[in-house]
Design a protein around this ligand. Structure first.
Ligand SMILES: Nc1nc2c(ncn2[C@@H]2O[C@H](COP(=O)(O)OP(=O)(O)OP(=O)(O)O)[C@@H](O)[C@H]2O)c(=O)[nH]1
Ligand SMILES: [Mg+2]
Length: 264
């Protein structure tokens, strides 16, 4: 859920990488982590069960520049693609502001992509979100392999509404930052509009007046979305956290969302 923290001037946005098992969601976050300047990203956190095999989700917080004098913070998250983690997928989607659908381009995986996308539609509906009205970018991944689903087929079957799509090879980093830029560009205006509508409802005139005063006081900063790159990739360090139950995960998700908005 998007938050504005007036004390720190942060605007926090949650982006979820969704898609079938092994399509390359975690690979996106790993590449972003190793190729961003350490001052502009947090730690990469992976939630695992006792067996160390099962991933519940990954989380990478990053900074993405300035818009309307707000510092944009993105909370990048992945869902576990494997079919039996449906409950975790639903939890991670709570309060999502933008989605990157990472599809696996290999022909035998066409059905897995379609099923996963259908699951996304259903899970969002459980949070009262219509897939047609949320910022969404398609990533057709693994374009380096042979035997590929043609882009037109993907667009006809997955993306008839014509959302942006990017052909990628995430494991080499090709298209990873382009995808991130695209979803950020789509999500920011939607989030800002939503926040202002909420303010009007909850805080009424007082809140709006305060914001106008604040905007007057703050020196005009130029809007800029940027992901500050490291010249040379850094070694990957993953913080692993163990959890046992679905309730634990949900509690941790709530805590992460709170901590995140408080960060400077
Ligand atoms: N050839 C190729 N392999 C890729 C690409 N992207 C990811 N992979 C590989 O695909 C495998 C699965 O990648 P992950 O990023 O772990 O997949 P995931 O979507 O997070 O999978 P789940 O966590 O099970 O949902 C890894 O071996 C990656 O190296 C790509 O563009 N091309
Ligand atoms: Mg993963």
């Amino acid at each position: 859920m998007a938050f504005i923290n007036y004390a720190t001037g942060n605007l926090a946005i949650k982006i979820v990488y969704y898609g079938p098992g092994l399509s390359g969601k975690t690979t996106n976050l790993r590449y972003i982590y190793t190729n961003m300047d350490a001052d502009f990203r947090g730690e990469l956190i992976c939630l695992e069960t006792d067996t160390e095999r099962t991933l519940f989700f990954d989380l990478l917080p990053i900074k993405a520049g300035i818009v309307d004098n707000f510092k944009i913070h993105l909370q990048l998250m992945t869902v576990p693609g494997q079919v039996f983690y449906a409950a975790s997928r639903r939890s991670v989607l709570k309060g999502v502001d933008g989605i990157v659908f990472v599809a696996d381009s290999q022909i035998p995986l066409l059905d897995a992509n379609l099923e996963s996308f259908d699951g996304l539609r259903r899970n969002l509906l459980e949070h009262s979100v219509d897939l047609n009205f949320i910022p969404l970018v398609f990533q057709y991944n693994k374009r380096d392999l042979d035997n590929l689903i043609p882009v037109e087929t993907f667009n006809n079957l997955l993306n008839p509404s014509g959302f942006p799509y990017i052909e990628t090879c995430a494991v080499k980093g090709q298209g990873v930052f382009e995808t991130l830029k695209e979803i950020t560009k789509l999500a920011i205006p939607v989030v800002k509009k939503k926040i202002r509508e909420d303010e009007r409802k909850i805080g009424g005139k007082e809140r709006l007046k305060k914001r106008k005063e604040e905007e007057k006081e703050a020196p005009e900063k130029k809007d800029e979305i940027k992901f500050v790159a490291k010249e040379k990739g850094v070694p990957l360090r993953v913080t692993k956290v163990k959890f046992k139950t679905q309730k634990d995960i949900e509690k941790e998700l709530e805590n992460l969302a709170k901590d995140f908005t408080e960060s400077k």
